[in-house]
Ligand binder design. Structure first.
Ligand code: SME
Length: 154
């Protein structure tokens, strides 16, 4: 059974991390660690940052297995589609997705949330889970709140 997650207490900790005196990348990494450590079904957590050409997403701070997908063209994979459409993508079963870049065979579901600054995409928050169909509207709202908070760092 899925344990109940206290999303609001995690959001407070994220606010504290953002306000801490660490560097931008330390804060982003701290947020990844906090999410992975607080939510058992968040198995890989990372940020992708849109490069200056606006054509590629470049892997930023992350926690979890190493991935070969360190530079993803906009439009490719779940991450690239979320950037192209400028909207959150939730994939409940990655095996049914054709435009998908596999990071690990253990991954079963994924959510990608764009980060906006002045109405433009600047990056994304990407979460992979080893559990199929695990993400709910609560995860989506929670991660969209985090993306808004993180926007001031990018
Ligand atoms: N699965 C993603 C690639 C990133 S890895 O999950 C870390 C995608 O299809 O875009």
């Amino acid at each position: 059974m899925k344990e109940k997650v206290n999303f609001s207490s995690i959001l407070e900790k994220i606010r504290d991390t953002i306000n801490s005196p660490s560097s931008k990348n330390e804060k982003l990494r701290g947020i990844c660690e906090l999410l992975r450590d607080s939510i058992p079904y968040y198995n890989w957590v990372g940020f992708y940052i849109l490069d200056e050409t606006g054509k590629y997403l470049v892997l930023g701070p992350f926690v979890g297995e190493k991935t070969e997908h360190v530079k993803i063209p906009v439009g490719k994979g779940i991450c690239g589609q979320a950037a192209e459409k400028k909207e959150t993508f939730v994939v409940q079963d990655v095996s049914k997705e054709t435009n998908y870049l596999s990071c690990s065979p253990e991954v079963r579901s994924e959510i990608v949330v764009p980060i906006f600054k002045n109405g433009e995409i600047v990056g994304e928050l990407d979460i992979d889970s080893h559990t199929v169909s695990v993400f709910t509207g609560k995860d989506r709202k929670f991660l969209e709140d985090i993306s808004q908070m993180v926007s001031e760092l990018l």
